[in-house]
Design a protein. Structure first.
Length: 155
C-alpha cells in the first residue's frame, strides 16, 4: 500500500514536470516564430514587395495583368501572410504579434488590395490564400471590437 502511494506521488510529480516542460517548450517555439516573422519582415525582397504592391496596384486592376507584372512580389506577400495565418490558426504564432502592433492594419490593407487577385486565383485553386483570409478575418474582427478604423489603401 505504501509503495502504491509513493509511486503514485512520483508519477504525479513527473507528469506535472513533463507538462511544465512542454508548456515552456511551446512558449519558446512561439518566441522563435515571432523572431522568424520579424527576420522575414526585414528582408529586402519582402520590403520591396510591400512597397511595389502598395504603391503600384491600381483600383479595379485586371488580376491577370497584375500577375504578369507583379507576380513575384504578390507571391512573396501572399505566401508570408498565408504562413502567418496557418501558424496563427494552429496556435504556433501568438495573436498579439498582429493585434498589439500596426501590423494588424497593414495585413488588412494588403488583403483588401490583393482580394481581387485572390478571388481570381481561386477559380483554379479554391484553397488559394485561405489562411491569409483567416488572418485577415481575425484581425478585422479584433480591430472592429477595438473600434479601430482602418484607413483606406491607395489605388
Amino acid at each position: 500500500m505504501e509503495y502504491e502511494l509513493f509511486f503514485g506521488i512520483i508519477g504525479f510529480v513527473l507528469g506535472t514536470a513533463a507538462l511544465i516542460i512542454s508548456f515552456k517548450s511551446l512558449n519558446h517555439n512561439k518566441i522563435e516564430a515571432v523572431n522568424a516573422y520579424y527576420e522575414n519582415a526585414r528582408r529586402k525582397d519582402f520590403i520591396e514587395a510591400r512597397r511595389i504592391v502598395y504603391n503600384n496596384l491600381p483600383e479595379n486592376y485586371d488580376p491577370q495583368e497584375i500577375q504578369d507584372r507583379y507576380g513575384d512580389e504578390i507571391a512573396i506577400l501572399i505566401t508570408t501572410y498565408e504562413q502567418c495565418g496557418l501558424m496563427l490558426k494552429k496556435s504556433q504564432l501568438p495573436f498579439w504579434l498582429f493585434s498589439e502592433t500596426s501590423t494588424s492594419i497593414v495585413v488588412v490593407n494588403f488583403y483588401a488590395k490583393l482580394e481581387p487577385y485572390i478571388i481570381h486565383r481561386r477559380k483554379s485553386n479554391p484553397l488559394y490564400a485561405k489562411n491569409f483570409e483567416y488572418l485577415n478575418n481575425e484581425l478585422t474582427k479584433y480591430l472592429s471590437k477595438q473600434r479601430i478604423v482602418i484607413p483606406p489603401t491607395k489605388g
